[in-house]
Design a protein around this ligand. Structure first.
Ligand SMILES: Cc1ncc(COP(=O)(O)O)c(C=O)c1O
Length: 395
C-alpha cells in the first residue's frame, strides 16, 4: 500500500483520486473537477497535459528515456546545460543535475563545504534562516528550521539560524565569520516554513557581507525560481555563488533539479588532483525525459512572456483582496504568483480543503497558512474562483 507524505496514516482522509488533468483542472474519479490552486506542490506552472511538454517527452522517449551521466552523455542534457548557462544571470554556468530539490540542496551544501576543504580553509558552520525549509533529507533538515516538519530531528549541529533582519545578519557575520562556510536562503519567499516574505535589501546586504568575509551565498530557488516571486529568478537581482532550481524546472512534469555553480566555486574543484573532484552522482541525473521537459518548459516561459502572466496574477490577487479582512486573519501577503492568508489560529483552517473542493478548488492549507500558488496559465475567472473560496471561508 502507499505510505502518503506528511500524514498520520491511521487518521488521514482518503486522498482525491485523479483520473485526468488538463490545464489548471484536476478531474476526480467521481466525475468532479477542481482547479489546482497549488500547482502540485508549486511545480506545474504551465498546467497539466500541455501539448508542447507532452510532445517533447514523447519525442525523447522514442529516442531513449535515460542514460547515466557516468561515462556517458547526450545532446538533450548538453542543450539544457547550455541553455541554463545562457539564461541564468552572471557566471552561473556549471550545472550539476539531480532528481529532486532536496538532493540538489544537499549537493549545494556539499559543494560549499568541499570548496572550503579544497582550499584548505575547512570552515564548517552553515548560516541559515529561521523558519527555513530546504528539503527532507538529513543535511537539508539540519540547515532547515522547521519544527513542524522535522520535530524528530534534534541536536542540530553546524548551523546558525537568524531572522530575516539586517541587524541580525550583521551580528551573525561579525561574531561567526571565521567559522562560516556558506549562507543558504530561500530568497524573498520562505515557502514551507509559512509563506513568509521579506525584502530584497536583506539579500543585498547578505551579498556584501559574504563578499567581505569570503563566505559562499547559496540561493535555494527550488520554490521561488521561474517567476514565483514576481522576479524570473531572485538571482537576477542579487547574484549568488550557487543557485538551486527544482520543481518548475521541468514544468512539474518529471522530478528533476539542478545545482548551478558560478566560476569561483567551479574553479575550486578544478585541477590535476582527483581528490579535488565533487564525489556525487545520482543515478537519474540528467535524465533525458526530464531534460527534454525542462527545455520545452523554458521555451514556453520565454516565448509566451510568462513574466507578464505572473504580474497579471499579482494584480488580480491584489484587486480581489483589497477589501478583504477578517478577525481570524492576521495578515494577507501577496508576492508574484503567491498569496497567503495567515490565520491567528491554525485550527481555523480545519475543514477548508473539503469546503474548497465543494467549490471546485483543490487547496492544501498547512501550518497557519491558507495559500494559493496557481499555475501561471490560470484564467482570470479561474483565479477569482480560487480567491473567492478563500474569502468565503471566513464569512
Ligand atoms: C525551498 C525548497 N527547497 C527544497 C525543497 C525540496 O524539494 P523536493 O521536494 O523536490 O525534494 C522544497 C520543497 O518544497 C522547497 O520548497
Amino acid at each position: 500500500m502507499i505510505w502518503y507524505p506528511y500524514e498520520q496514516m491511521k487518521t488521514m482522509k482518503p486522498p482525491y483520486e485523479i483520473v485526468d488533468a488538463e490545464g489548471v483542472y484536476l478531474y476526480t474519479k467521481d466525475g468532479g473537477s477542481m482547479i489546482d490552486s497549488v500547482s502540485s506542490w508549486w511545480s506545474v506552472i504551465h498546467g497539466y497535459k500541455h501539448p508542447v511538454l507532452t510532445r517533447a517527452i514523447k519525442e525523447q522517449a522514442d529516442v531513449f528515456s535515460h542514460v547515466m551521466l557516468g561515462g556517458l552523455t547526450h545532446k538533450t542534457v548538453q542543450k539544457l546545460s547550455d541553455k541554463l548557462a545562457d539564461w541564468l544571470p552572471g557566471d552561473l554556468d556549471y550545472c550539476f543535475f539531480s532528481d529532486s530539490g532536496s538532493v540538489a540542496v544537499e549537493v549545494a551544501l556539499k559543494m560549499a563545504l568541499q570548496f572550503n576543504v579544497n582550499r584548505k580553509d575547512p570552515r564548517k558552520t552553515v548560516l541559515s534562516l529561521t523558519h527555513s525549509y530546504h528539503g527532507d533529507t538529513f543535511k537539508t533538515m539540519e540547515v532547515g528550521d522547521d519544527e513542524d516538519y522535522h520535530f524528530a530531528f534534534e541536536n542540530k549541529q553546524g548551523v546558525i539560524h537568524i531572522p530575516t533582519e539586517i541587524p541580525a545578519l550583521e551580528e551573525a557575520f561579525e561574531k561567526h565569520h571565521d567559522e562560516l562556510n556558506c549562507f543558504i536562503v530561500e530568497p524573498l519567499l520562505q515557502g514551507a516554513g509559512g509563506m513568509r516574505m521579506y525584502d530584497l535589501a536583506f539579500l543585498e546586504r547578505a551579498r556584501q557581507l559574504c563578499d567581505q568575509y569570503d563566505v559562499l551565498l547559496i540561493f535555494d530557488e527550488v520554490a521561488t525560481g521561474f517567476g514565483r516571486t514576481g522576479y524570473r529568478f531572485v538571482a537576477d537581482e542579487v547574484l549568488p555563488d550557487i543557485l538551486v532550481l527544482g520543481k518548475a524546472l521541468t514544468g512539474g512534469y518529471i522530478g528533476h533539479a539542478v545545482t548551478v555553480a558560478g566560476e569561483k566555486v567551479y574553479r575550486g574543484f578544478y585541477g590535476d588532483d582527483p581528490a579535488l573532484a565533487l564525489m556525487h552522482g545520482p543515478t537519474f541525473m540528467g535524465n533525458a525525459l526530464a531534460c527534454s521537459a525542462a527545455l520545452a518548459s523554458i521555451e514556453l516561459f520565454e516565448g509566451q512572456d510568462y513574466m507578464a502572466k505572473i504580474h497579471r496574477i499579482t494584480e488580480i490577487m491584489r484587486r480581489e483582496m483589497a477589501d478583504f479582512s477578517s478577525p481570524k486573519v492576521k495578515e494577507v501577503r501577496i508576492m508574484g504568483g503567491c498569496i497567503c492568508l495567515e490565520v491567528c489560529d491554525r485550527a481555523d483552517l480545519v475543514g477548508y480543503q473539503e469546503f474548497a473542493a465543494k467549490r471546485g478548488v483543490f487547496a492544501r492549507p498547512f501550518l497557519n497558512c491558507l495559500y494559493a500558488m496557481p499555475p501561471y496559465v490560470i484564467a482570470e475567472e479561474e483565479l477569482v474562483k480560487v480567491l473567492s473560496a478563500m474569502k468565503a471561508w471566513f464569512d
